[in-house]
Design a protein. Structure first.
Length: 160
């Protein structure tokens, strides 16, 4: 990592922060801890609470889901990506706006994206979960496999 000098560079490691901290310089900043998770995909129903609308769209091998509230404001979103030739997909950027949490919107986004992935031939999914997200994914049948530490380079002093 001493040769990496571009600020904003991210590195994700399948280990806890205590394991990798001796290997990085002070120019690197640790992000919140996370987890690598996976699941066998099963069809489901994206059930939304009253007053919300969910829309999905695809561009290439990426499908996005967006939930808006009755005023049209952002409530939740996420995306899933995978090659049309692959039987595994990656779920990413699953997020619910703070004002809309604990209403099942993250679950609805996951269900909608799972159904799209299954229709495209996927059988399994992987994702990087936050501590908060891990609870949701576990409730949906996902399994935690390893800690995931994310760090990013904050200055060009990487080698010093």
């Amino acid at each position: 990592m001493a040769t990496t000098t571009a600020p904003g560079t991210w590195l994700k490691v399948l280990a806890d922060s205590e394991t990798i901290s001796p290997w990085v310089t002070p120019a690197w900043t640790f992000d919140d801890p996370g987890f690598l998770m996976s699941a066998t995909l099963h069809p489901s129903l994206a059930d939304l609470p009253a007053g919300y609308q969910l829309r999905t769209w695809s561009r290439g091998d990426v499908t996005r889901a967006l939930v808006r509230d009755m005023d049209g404001a952002f409530a939740a979103h996420g995306q899933v990506a995978g090659s049309s030739r692959a039987d595994s997909v990656v779920f990413d950027q699953i997020e619910t706006a703070p004002a809309h949490r604990r209403q099942g919107l993250g679950r609805a986004v996951m269900h909608a994206l799972t159904d799209v992935a299954i229709e495209a031939g996927a059988q399994a999914g992987v994702l990087a979960a936050t501590i908060e997200g891990q609870r949701l994914y576990k409730s949906l049948g996902w399994t935690t496999h390893a800690p995931l530490t994310s760090i990013f380079l904050t200055s060009s002093d990487a080698g010093r």
